[in-house]
Each structure stands twice: as structure tokens, then as C-alpha cells.
Design a protein. Structure first.
Length: 180
């Protein structure tokens, strides 16, 4: 009888690491007063890290950790999918919850962000009416509402986890009955 370990152990570790890294990025930006909306280079770096590099690397490490240390050198494609999606869901949840708590503790941060964004929108599109600007900012505020932001963040990161898990799973999978 085969004794297999749940992929959840590996997923939890790497999901927590990913979530903590995203929190640290936010806190460092806040402490150093670097705004991703006005400093486009910083914003691009953060987005590339959070949506491309970190998920891919941490899903690979999570799958490889499960394969080598927890499951005797074997991992199925389905287990790769479970690990990758779970890592990203955990990270998205941690990041969204932190952002929500941060917004409750420091509401002036998000109000300042809305002011900066509205100023940027007027600079980029001078013929924008105040009604259009107010509508754009109100939509941003609606999507910042925790009831929308948390599930949306989880869904986005779940999708990212699915895509990268398919890629990583194709690379690292090794079924127990597979022979080379």
C-alpha cells in the first residue's frame, strides 16, 4: 500500500512565503514613500515580480519540494496543479487581507493614492470632465472595497497559479509508474 503525503504541506509553506514577500514589497514602498502609480518603474518591477517571476519560481519550488522531500521523488500533474493554485490562492488571500487591514488602519494612504491617480488622469487626458474623473475614481473605490477586492484578488491569483502550474507540472511531473 502506497503512503502519500498531502500536497497541502508544501503549498502552505510556499504560499506563506509568497504572501509575506508581497507584504514586504508593499511595506518597503510605503516606508520609502515610493508610489507605484506615480513611479512607473517601481510599479512595473512590482507587477513583474508578483505576477510573473515569484509565482513561477515559488510554484516550481513548491512542486519540487513536494516531489523530492515529501513524496519519494514522484509528483503527478494533478498534484502540481493543486500545489500551484493553492500557493497562489494563499498568497492572494494574505496580500488582500493585509491591504484591507492596512486601509482600515491608514485610510489616508488610499485617499492620497486616489488624489495622485486623479491628478495623473487629468495630466494624461486634459479634456476629461470632472464627471468622468469622479466616475473613474468611484469605480476604483468600489473595487477597493474588501467585499470585492478580496475575492477578486483570490480569483486573479488562482488563475495565475493555474497557468503557471500547467507549465511547471509539464516540467517536473514524474508518475510512480513512469519509467525512463
Amino acid at each position: 500500500m502506497e503512503n502519500t503525503t498531502s500536497p497541502a504541506k508544501s503549498s502552505l509553506i510556499y504560499g506563506l512565503i509568497f504572501g509575506v514577500i508581497m507584504i514586504l514589497e508593499f511595506v518597503i514602498g510605503y516606508v520609502m514613500n515610493i508610489d507605484p502609480q506615480t513611479n512607473q518603474g517601481y510599479g512595473i518591477i512590482i507587477n513583474v515580480l508578483n505576477f510573473l517571476i515569484l509565482p513561477l519560481i515559488l510554484i516550481y519550488f513548491g512542486c519540487n519540494n513536494y516531489k523530492m522531500k515529501l513524496n519519494s521523488g514522484f509528483i503527478t500533474f494533478g498534484q502540481c496543479l493543486k500545489i500551484g493554485v493553492t500557493i497562489c490562492i494563499i498568497a492572494g488571500l494574505i496580500s488582500a487581507l493585509f491591504s484591507t487591514v492596512f486601509g482600515m488602519l491608514f485610510p489616508e494612504y488610499f485617499e492620497e493614492m486616489y488624489r495622485k491617480i486623479s491628478k495623473m488622469m487629468v495630466e494624461k487626458n486634459p479634456q476629461m470632465t470632472s464627471e468622468q474623473l469622479d466616475m473613474a475614481i468611484s469605480m476604483m473605490k468600489k473595487f477597493s472595497n474588501p467585499a470585492i477586492a478580496i475575492p477578486f484578488s483570490i480569483a486573479i491569483y488562482a488563475f495565475i497559479g493555474l497557468i503557471y502550474s500547467l507549465i511547471v507540472g509539464a516540467i517536473v511531473k514524474k508518475d510512480p509508474n513512469q519509467s525512463f
